[in-house]
Design a protein around this ligand. Sequence first.
Ligand SMILES: CC(C)(COP(=O)(O)OP(=O)(O)OC[C@H]1O[C@@H](n2cnc3c(N)ncnc32)[C@H](O)[C@@H]1OP(=O)(O)O)[C@@H](O)C(=O)NCCC(=O)NCCS
Length: 196
Amino acid sequence: MPSQAESVNQTQVTTPALTIRPAAESDLETLGALLTALSDLSRYHRFQAPIPTPPRPALLRHLLHPTGAAWLATRADHPLAHAMWAWATPTSVPGASSPEKIAELAVVVADGEQGKGLGVRMLTVAAADAVEAGATHFLLVVGASNERSLGMVRRRWPGAVGERDGSLLSFVVPARPAAGPRSEVRPRELCRTTGR
Ligand SMILES: CC(C)(COP(=O)(O)OP(=O)(O)OC[C@H]1O[C@@H](n2cnc3c(N)ncnc32)[C@H](O)[C@@H]1OP(=O)(O)O)[C@@H](O)C(=O)NCCC(=O)NCCS
């Protein structure tokens, strides 16, 4: 008869590792599957506009190949999240002027994986890369009803004021650690929003 420890070992299921890797052209289908499976609310929060299901290849390519960079999180080839950053032209950023180099950040996590830290991890990767590429500021475009994302921004940049445009709030914030409750967080560990 197996001991208790042996019995536990025999029934243990190994969870495949989570991988965060740069997105590639070959990820069209993977990214399409991630976006197609999103709830209406998550899709709305990410894109702030209706997108077709399945998403058009042109949108997927934009998300895979932004002017900055993009990443996918997968587990056993199953898509869990997408993050990206893209250069924002100063004219498109409220309150910004050259020579600021502004990187717009965006992320989406599969509904079943939300609230487990993956969104922050993805943003950490994207923000670090944008800073390395020379970004001095981040642009975060967040729906006014997106409390989770607004909380992420406000906890890291307590003084940030979002410029309202209809149902959207645009935050242009310094690409550096914010003071306050999240002061232990490195600049790269910040939230952001892009790829509309
Ligand atoms: C917003 C989003 C990217 C966050 O990713 P996530 O993996 O769900 O969240 P995390 O576990 O990384 O936590 C992120 C923050 O939300 C907070 N949070 C997590 N679950 C929460 C919940 N149920 N309610 C409120 N806040 C919550 C966390 O405390 C964390 O904040 P902090 O780091 O400032 O403490 C994800 O929920 C998502 O994809 N939402 C839909 C699309 C979207 O809104 N994208 C962002 C705008 S483009």
